[in-house]
Write a protein that binds this ligand. Structure first.
Ligand code: NDP
Length: 335
């Protein structure tokens, strides 16, 4: 029989955790041939909720689920882990200064990075979901000097999937026919959803939009005034309509991210926030979203895409925000 792999999920007692656990345990993330062991990490006030979820996991009798443990000690939770989904974070409270938010998250992601450094498996892969996700990934990575920086990533797959979800009806195309959309930059309102290189059933999306909307200018207007803000502000729209935040779609995106990282992307690229190697002028070491392919178990930034003046400006704006966040956590001695 195959040895189970250990997966650590933080914030496992929260909402996204609850949407994530059952799908991971059913094999949706690593596939039907990989048995799993789940380590759930919570802070003390979240432990009972995580323990309750663990009871329900038991009651699902998932054949792939070999073990569930609940911890409040990061060192124990990350021991031997090869897949870490860092969901728990300190949410922005009303009136909280950005520095306070970053400091609070430094207190979470610093120790988690240390714990990953100390005890995770050699092939550990980390995806940060908890916000500010890019900078939380940077903090965790800085505390894990023995783990290659490219093992620390942040989630922009939900933004990517939201972009696909907006394009499909706009072009009357099945969502599965759309390729090569990109989310650039920070997982925040400054993110840049880019369709310049996207295709639908092989045809260029910009040209298809122009044909449907009555010209290049109309297509551009739709992209700038409707598509980009709709994707970037989709979280607020979900809260308004649903009455609470996006949870199932966030969990789904985290699963997509980890599944593609492990099993590879096919038929074009996706988006993930990964450590920059300087590509596209993004300063090295920032964790920024790029077009990426997963090859042989590693993310590779897609090279050589042309960015027009508008795209360069949008990317630069989001990168400037990442630089600000990095400088703020550096000033707080968190990295
Ligand atoms: P959720 O499970 O709804 O959200 C968790 C985190 O994911 C938040 O930081 C949230 O950011 C972020 N997030 C990223 N993308 C999205 C999205 N599209 N929609 C919504 N959220 C998104 O929060 P809960 O409060 O239900 O649960 C958090 C749990 O984490 C709690 O049980 C808490 O106890 C635990 N926790 C655990 C820690 C640990 O294990 N060490 C540390 C801190 C907390 P945003 O706030 O910006 O929406």
């Amino acid at each position: 029989s195959v040895t189970p792999v250990t997966i650590t999920i933080t914030g496992a007692g929260g909402q996204i955790g609850y949407a994530l656990l059952f799908r991971v345990a059913s094999g949706a993330m690593l596939g039907p041939d990989t048995p799993v062991r789940l380590n759930l990490l919570e802070i003390p006030q979240g432990l009972r909720a995580a323990e309750g979820a663990a009871l329900e996991l038991q009651d699902c009798a998932f054949p792939l689920l070999h073990q569930v443990e609940v911890y409040d000690d990061p060192k124990a939770a990350f021991r031997g882990t090869s897949h870490a989904l860092l969901v728990g974070a300190r949410p922005r409270a009303a009136g909280m200064e950005r520095g306070d938010l970053l400091a609070a998250n430094g207190g979470i992601f610093g120790p988690q990075g240390e714990a990953i450094n100390a005890g995770a498996a050699d092939d550990v892969r980390v995806v940060v979901v908890g916000n500010p996700a890019n900078t939380n990934a940077l903090i965790a990575s800085a505390h894990a000097p023995d783990v290659p920086a490219d093992r620390f990533t942040a989630l922009t797959r939900l933004d990517h999937n939201r972009a696909l979800g907006q394009l499909a009806p706009a072009m009357d195309t099945p969502v599965g026919d759309i390729r090569n959309v990109t989310i650039w930059g920070n997982h925040s309102a400054t993110q840049f959803p880019d369709v310049a290189h996207a295709t639908a059933a092989g045809d260029p999306v910009p040209a298809l939009l122009a044909a449907r909307l009555g010209g290049v200018d109309a297509a551009r207007e739709w992209i700038v005034d409707e598509f980009i803000p709709r994707v970037a502000k989709r979280g607020a729209e979900i809260i308004e309509v649903r009455g609470s935040s996006s949870v199932a779609s966030a969990a789904n995106a985290a699963i997509d991210h980890m599944r593609d990282w492990v099993h590879g992307t096919t038929g074009g690229w996706t988006s993930a926030a990964v450590v920059s190697d300087g590509s596209y002028g993004v300063p090295e070491d920032l964790v920024s979203s790029f077009p990426v392919e997963s090859v042989d178990g590693s993310w590779r930034i897609v090279q050589g895409l042309s960015l027009d003046a508008f795209a360069q400006h949008r990317l630069a704006t989001s990168v400037a925000e990442l630089v600000d966040e990095r400088d703020a956590v550096r000033a707080l001695d968190l990295i």
